[in-house]
Design a protein around this ligand. Structure first.
Ligand code: ADP
Ligand code: MG
Length: 152
């Protein structure tokens, strides 16, 4: 499945993220292994293409109040969604090799079906992303316009 969206300002990208978050939370077919493992969403696209902006809306859609920042020097940040579910925001921009992510207990986090994991610069760890991950590709069209394609 591929769905393509065009947004014309940052608030539209955030809104799309929020709507998408609500949708994936309720759907087993968005998880790895048909509901047996985590929801893994890889974001790809150049610097400034809107990945973090989308994530800010996505976290809001999960009910997270904390503001999502670009974790420039932080590889991974964990946020509670509710008493038993967690949202993980990862950014692979600065990793040297995919193995660096495994050192963060990536496999264990993916194994837990309650987790929601979103990874910026996921193309840099394509090798270790589980089959069944969702891909979202961001493209810069002009100053205010972005193309956002969701593939699953
Ligand atoms: P990335 O995480 O991909 O590097 P960011 O979300 O941090 O990108 O930055 C996107 C930048 O582009 C922000 O400064 C944002 O205000 C701007 N922008 C302009 N139009 C849009 C749009 N339609 N969607 C998302 N961001 C936009
Ligand atoms: Mg970013």
């Amino acid at each position: 499945m591929e769905k393509v969206f065009i947004t014309n300002r940052p608030s539209q990208t955030r809104k799309l993220g929020a709507v998408f978050a609500k949708e994936v939370l309720g759907r087993r077919d968005f998880s790895v292994g048909g509901g047996k493992r985590a929801i893994v969403i890889g974001l790809a696209g150049d610097l400034g293409s809107g990945k973090t902006t989308f994530l800010q809306g996505f976290a809001r859609g999960l009910g997270i109040k904390e503001k999502i920042l670009s974790p420039t020097f932080v590889l991974m940040k964990k946020f509670p969604i509710n008493r038993e579910r967690f949202f993980y925001h990862m950014d692979c921009y600065r990793i040297q090799k995919p193995k660096d992510i495994l050192a963060l207990n990536f496999k264990e986090i993916v194994a837990d079906h309650r987790n929601v994991i979103v990874i910026e610069w996921a193309d840099l760890i394509k090798k270790i992303l589980p089959r069944g991950s969702v891909w979202i590709k961001f493209e810069f069209i002009n100053n205010t316009k972005r193309k956002i394609a969701v593939l699953k």
